[in-house]
Design a protein around this ligand. Structure first.
Ligand code: HEC
Ligand code: HEC
Length: 317
């Protein structure tokens, strides 16, 4: 009985120490401070972007469609059979980054955000600190008035699918800047399925593709100041709270960062996270299912160990 008591005491203090130290360390490591050293506490806004004024203008999709050539000079809309004028690498050469295909934009981005973005991309994306003086943001102000912008957004929403896949959300919102190695995604598209030559073992198609990716990444790194990180394991390295706050407002977590506020809607965010989870942590559902079994095992094991100990000591007392 004495040993059991000692064990209980040890377990008790181990748990206290764990609970005391772990969240504390967690908090300290993720502490964010501004330039003056004051701690930043960011209040999550549920992807509602309250700093952007509500737009009264009601969008007219037909009028928006008539205006869409103002966008397709740079962006493709594959679902409407409108091809981007240049491929990804050439676009990055021209703009620093490939303008995303707009087929799913109406389903991924917040409507109010999009209207403001079309009227004033730099401030809406919160990257004015990066684009000042003669350094111009590559997307111009196409429609400075709310009615025209709302019409274009109404059109984008009218062509957007009702339901999009996690991958489509990721590609539209993040894929032009971030690769996802586990998802076999590069900034210029999916890694192609190629076959090396059986005799020489060389894979010229793959080499050509990798060359294009490298070329794209060079342009992107120059444009962004650094190559945006591969997101394969980011979902494991960062807490969910960090991801929410960071994607809703990157400046709130990394003041001065070059990553824009991309303006995903709440559903858009959930799809993006689903993609990162499914590619970065594919065994998560399996692990979760195993959990109760492991706990059950420990319970039975402890019980047996206890009974065994009782039977051993019985004769000695
Ligand atoms: C001169 C080329 C050009 C034109 C014209 C243009 N864009 Fe863009 N657009 C870009 C580039 C480049 C980016 C990516 C910028 C970046 O990520 O830093 C972009 C980004 C976007 C994004 C992504 C925004 C986000 O939050 O991630 C949307 C949506 C968009 N454009 C919509 C439009 C619409 C709608 C029009 C027409 C009204 C349009 N663009 C016209 C070049 C252009
Ligand atoms: C226009 C390019 C661009 C787009 C679009 C973009 N990012 Fe980023 N992202 C960056 C850059 C650049 C960095 C590096 C930031 C830094 O270190 O300042 C970054 C960093 C990150 C980080 C790492 C933050 C950290 O803790 O170091 C995460 C996570 C991330 N992005 C997620 C996303 C997600 C999710 C999306 C889509 C919803 C997205 N990004 C869209 C450019 C982009």
């Amino acid at each position: 009985m004495k040993e059991l008591k000692i064990l209980a005491v040890v377990v008790f203090f181990t748990l206290i120490t764990y609970y005391g130290v772990e969240p504390y360390a967690h908090h300290q490591m993720h502490k964010k401070v501004d330039a003056k050293g004051n701690e930043i506490v960011y209040e999550f806004k549920d992807f509602k972007y309250p700093d952007l004024k509500a737009v009264a203008a009601k969008g007219d999709a037909t009028a928006g469609k008539a205006m869409i050539s103002a966008c397709t000079g740079c962006h493709g809309i594959a679902s409407q059979k409108m091809k981007a004028p240049m491929d990804a690498s050439a676009s990055a050469g021209a703009y620093g980054v490939n303008p995303p295909d707009l087929s799913n934009a109406g389903a991924v981005f917040d409507e109010k955000f999009l209207i403001h973005f079309i009227m004033d991309p730099v401030h809406t994306a919160m990257v004015a600190h990066k684009f000042k003086g003669n350094k111009q943001y590559p997307m111009p102000v196409v429609a400075p008035d709310a009615q025209t912008a709302a019409n274009i957004v109404a059109y984008l929403k009218s062509i957007a699918p009702k339901e999009i896949t996690p991958k489509e959300a990721f590609v539209t919102a993040c894929g032009r800047c971030h690769a996802d190695r586990y998802g076999k995604w590069t900034q210029i598209g999916d890694v192609p399925k190629t076959k090396p030559n059986i005799v020489t073992h060389q894979d010229p198609q793959m080499l050509a593709f990798q060359g294009k990716v490298a070329e794209y990444q060079d342009h992107l790194a120059k444009y962004m100041g650094k190559l945006p990180p591969d997101l394969s394991i980011m979902i494991r390295a960062r807490s969910e709270e960090f991801m929410q706050n960071f994607i809703e407002n990157p400046q709130s977590q990394l003041p001065g960062t070059a990553m824009p506020r991309v303006g995903v809607s709440k559903e858009g965010f959930e799809k993006v996270i689903a993609y990162l989870e499914e590619t970065g942590d594919p065994s998560k559902p399996k692990r979760a299912a195993v959990g109760p079994w492991v706990l059950g095992f420990f319970f039975i094991f402890t019980l047996l160990a206890y009974l065994w100990k009782q039977s051993q000591w019985k004769d000695l007392h």
